[in-house]
Ligand binder design. Structure first.
Ligand code: HGY
Ligand code: MN
Ligand code: MN
Length: 412
């Protein structure tokens, strides 16, 4: 299976020799090399490669046009991320093309493989930025002004990558060509491990989002400033982290504060500013709102108690995503046809992880396949899937694409 070669070629790109984790940030070194890997693989298969106005890559098998079946995922990573989150869907899509050709299959309509930019938001802070721009969920001006940690704007980074940032924005013409989108992704959880199924189907994506919090205090000397004279932003920040966890437990949700910037970040200087990000997710919108507003209340109250100013604003939010039930069930039937009888029905899995498929689902019938992850670990160098399960994912994706491509008519 060509998957192994594709996977071996991509594996070293952006991989840290120390941790084994990946550092692929949009329009930066390793991400550029990963995009080059896709470009070469597409060219080697005679696919018609195009870069859209937002920098997403699209490799066409057949004349680009309406009624297309689309598949794909992303190549960027979280800091020190795993090998599979994103790339598994891209490599599997390329290998599925090879599998279909080995079967002697000829599509009755176009197939297009997509690679979305900035899915993790690892450099510019807004996840699924490429698909949000394409669907109009985020406006061009806001996107162009987004900056990375060193102050480089999306606009500048895109121009440095040789693309025209003035062109970013909604792409209704591209969306009109997509009849259906199927994303294969490593499972970010371990539900499949307890089943006999190497491949599962996505049910829904939890509502989730990211909120930026700024705690503005007063810089002063750590050794000479009396406690009663301090406006130390670290204290409401600390209360807020613990409150996020307590509220998540209380509501059966997820809340994480994993990124913060402390200014000036000196051992002996009380900070003037702490910026921090809340990542919150829950099975329904009301629960998510209860968690977020609970965090806001603690942050504001404890900031006041310490004479610290506080602001909190959403940087990205995603509502509940219910994938198309017809498509979901169609995929489950196709995947089930190859599954072991004894394994029972193909699992339909909810997830707290966001995906470009989730963003697209408001515009195009969308579905996802998950490949079994024995530990469930993700966003970590420890993320892993068995080679035989990755192969099962390729065969399942090829089966699903063949089913969708066999007839010229659309599913939408
Ligand atoms: O954060 C997420 O859920 C996804 O990995 N972007
Ligand atoms: Mn991810
Ligand atoms: Mn992903």
């Amino acid at each position: 299976m060509s998957f192994d070669r594709l996977w071996a070629d991509l594996a070293p790109v952006g991989r840290s020799a120390d941790s084994g984790g990946y550092h692929r940030y949009t329009w930066a070194g390793a991400d550029t090399d990963a995009r080059a890997w896709f470009t070469e693989a597409a060219a080697a298969r005679g696919l018609d490669l195009r870069t859209d106005r937002n920098g997403n890559l699209w490799a066409w098998w057949g004349t680009p046009g309406p009624g297309a079946v689309a598949t794909g995922s992303h190549l960027d990573s979280v800091p020190d991320g795993g090998a599979f989150d994103g790339p598994l869907g891209v490599a599997s899509a390329l290998a599925a093309v090879d599998e279909l050709r080995e079967r002697g299959f000829t599509p009755a309509r176009p197939l297009v493989l997509g690679v979305f930019v900035e899915e993790e938001g690892g450099r510019f802070g807004v996840p699924c930025l490429g698909s949000r721009l394409t669907t109009g969920e985020i406006g061009p001006a806001r996107a162009r002004a987004l900056t990375d940690a060193s102050g480089v704007t999306w606009e500048r980074a895109m121009a440095d990558a040789g693309l025209d940032p003035e062109g970013v924005g909604p792409d209704p013409e591209l969306l009109s060509r997509l009849d259906v989108f199927v994303e294969l992704h490593v499972e970010q959880g371990r539900a499949l491990e307890d089943t006999g199924h190497p491949v599962g189907v996505a049910g829904a994506i939890w509502p989730h989002g990211r909120w930026r919090m700024d705690f503005t205090g007063r810089a002063d000397h750590a050794g000479t400033t009396r406690l009663e004279d301090r406006n130390d932003p670290m204290l409401p920040f600390a209360h807020t982290i613990l409150a996020a966890r307590a509220l998540a437990e209380q509501h059966g949700a997820r809340a994480t504060v994993a990124k913060s910037l402390i200014t000036p970040n000196g051992t002996n200087a009380i900070p003037s500013l702490v910026s921090a990000w809340l990542d919150a997710r829950a099975a329904d919108q009301a629960t998510l709102s209860a968690v977020v507003e609970g965090v806001r209340e603690v942050a504001e109250r404890t900031a006041r108690e310490h004479g610290v100013a506080h602001t909190m604003a959403a940087e990205s939010t995603t509502p509940l995503v219910e994938f198309s039930h017809d498509l979901r069930d169609r995929l489950a039937a196709v995947v089930g046809a190859r599954a072991a009888e004894s394994a029972g029905p193909v699992p339909i899995l909810p997830t707290g992880a966001g995906h470009d498929a989730g963003v697209l689902s408001a515009h195009v019938p969308t579905a996802m396949l998950y490949v079994r992850n024995p530990t469930g670990v993700s966003h970590s160098p420890q993320e892993w899937a068995r080679p035989e399960d990755s192969h099962a994912g390729v065969l399942a994706l090829a089966d699903v694409l063949q089913d969708l491509l066999a007839v010229p008519g659309g599913v939408s």
